[in-house]
Design a protein around this ligand. Structure first.
Ligand code: GRF
Length: 190
């Protein structure tokens, strides 16, 4: 059984899709959810799904190996970042090399980097005049939104789109692809 830990800071709609995807799977499961935000919707999902969760302590996260040890002690093999807003410390990245995956709501390498999250990404895409956007699923390295790209999917940006309507299209793409890509990655099919 491969155990996945999901890190999320917000609503957790992707987290819900990932949990649903792996429900009943004999080979992989979402074993732990971690959030930096005690008010995050994703914690309600963890409670409802009866998945253990942890609210991350900032100092322990950035100043020690506490969470790396905790994840290893709990036999977590894969980390999925699903809307997690803190930068991951180098030790944690090194401890999960090639086994930590992030989703970004645009076509990297454009519209990524520090501060590029949520509506800001979609506003920047619209401002740019680009006629398409999409999602990028990539491995995590020590630079924001920079690791090896493993999957992208595209959608059109129409002249009528605002950040809200574009966010909806992007979320649909995320729900359609993210859980499957995680599974394929774990099965080494990518
Ligand atoms: C997603 O759009 C993802 O691309 C980004 O953060 C958002 C998380 O949304 N990294 P949700 O919390 O899964 O609804």
């Amino acid at each position: 059984m491969r155990k996945i830990a999901i890190f999320a800071s917000g609503t957790g709609s992707n987290t819900q899709r990932i949990i649903d995807h792996f429900r009943g799977n004999k080979d992989a499961s979402v074993a732990l959810i971690l959030s930096n935000n005690p008010a995050a919707g994703v914690l309600g999902i963890a409670r409802k799904e009866e998945i253990p969760y942890i609210i991350i302590d900032r100092e322990k996260f950035f100043q020690s190996n506490y969470y790396l040890q905790l994840l290893k002690e709990n036999n977590i093999q894969w980390i999925v970042l699903a809307g997690f807003l803190w930068k991951i410390p180098t030790e944690l990245i090194d401890g999960f090399k090639g086994k930590m995956v992030n989703i970004h709501p645009a076509l990297l390498p454009k519209f990524g980097g520090k501060g590029m999250y949520g509506a800001k990404v979609h506003e920047a895409v619209i401002q740019s005049g680009d006629r398409e956007s999409g999602i990028t699923i990539h491995l995590v390295d020590e630079i924001y939104d920079h690791g090896k790209i493993i999957f992208q999917a595209r959608c059109p940006v129409s002249p009528e789109d605002d950040a809200n309507s574009l966010a909806k299209k992007i979320h649909e793409l995320e729900y359609q692809h993210f859980p499957k890509v995680i599974e394929e990655l774990m099965d080494s099919k990518i």
